[in-house]
Design a protein around this ligand. Structure first.
Ligand code: PMP
Length: 283
């Protein structure tokens, strides 16, 4: 397996980074994860636009980065022979040989990329997953995709310890999103709801793509905060993300969601999205 680190393609186990990197010391880093299906990058431009926004938000220069990233993605995919999976990229504040909160006036970013082969539409998409609800303890700018992921990592550890697949985060009685995915619920009368954008959640690329698909079919979505109570009483729940695409959540805190099986609205959204990338559920 070949990864890309600060200007070079190197073997995965030979990649070395300074421990003084601001990404390592302060989580001063942006990241993106782009799905690859049939050898092609899904929604690449949207991921890069979000990366630019995060970099601007966390004061890391992005001069010339955009032009290089497309070909770096393609080269990494080719070198590793990935046809289905994802590419991960991380832009850090760079390394300066000392731990200094402020650092130099203009940072010189570091760049790390790797890719992985993964079945994007598999068992979990077919049968659904279980999740637990966990208090959202993240910082206040969750709309930036940074590597400050400690609360998500802890939420996943808690889920896994309890035999669940993932976690759904909430604060003050309202649901924010999944630990690494946006959240959608189907309430009575087929009302589809997902949280409105703002500083509280990540503006998911898959979320936007699903919204676009639904709009084309004339299906309305309520974009608003969902209470924990609504979530726990929902008929259907599903998540969207680049690596999971659309995953039905069929069990929450040990209790079945609706019938305990992926519901009709979720199936419809999956069908639409999969067709959009040239796949189907049995792929
Ligand atoms: N919310 C959070 C907190 C995430 O980590 C992710 C996945 N990176 C998402 C939502 C989904 O975003 P996307 O569809 O762009 O992968």
């Amino acid at each position: 397996e070949i990864v890309y680190l600060n200007g070079e393609f190197v073997k995965k186990n030979e990649a070395c980074l300074s421990p003084f990197d601001r990404g390592f010391l302060f989580s001063h880093a942006a990241y993106e994860v782009t799905a690859v299906f049939d050898g092609k990058l899904i929604d690449f431009d949207a991921h890069m636009a979000r990366l630019d926004r995060t970099l601007d938000g966390i004061d890391i220069p992005r001069d010339g980065l955009a032009e290089r990233l497309k070909s770096l993605h393609e080269e990494l995919i080719a070198r590793n022979g990935v046809t289905e999976g994802f590419v991960y990229l991380q832009v850090t504040g760079g390394a300066y040989g000392r731990r200094d909160f402020g650092g130099p006036e203009t940072l010189t970013p570091g760049l790390f990329m790797f890719c992985e082969t993964r079945n994007l539409i598999g068992e979990k998409a077919q049968h659904g997953v279980s999740a637990i609800t966990v208090e959202d303890q993240r910082w206040k700018r969750r709309d930036y995709k940074t590597t400050q992921l400690l609360s998500q990592a802890l939420a996943y550890r808690e889920a896994e310890r309890g035999g669940a697949f993932g976690a759904i985060l909430h604060e003050d009685g309202m649901v924010t999103e999944g630990a690494s995915a946006n959240l959608w619920v189907v309430l009575d009368a087929d009302t589809l709801v997902t949280r409105n954008l703002g500083r509280q959640i990540l503006p998911g690329i898959t979320r936007q793509s699903v919204l676009d698909h639904l709009a084309r079919e004339g299906i309305t979505v309520e974009e608003r905060a969902i209470s924990l109570e609504e979530l726990l009483g929902a008929r259907e729940v599903f998540t969207t993300s680049a690596t999971g695409l659309i995953l039905p959540v069929v069990q929450l805190d040990g209790k079945p969601v609706g019938t305990g099986k992926p519901g009709p609205v979720t199936r419809r959204v999956q069908g639409q999205y999969y067709r959009g990338i040239g796949a189907d559920l049995d792929a």
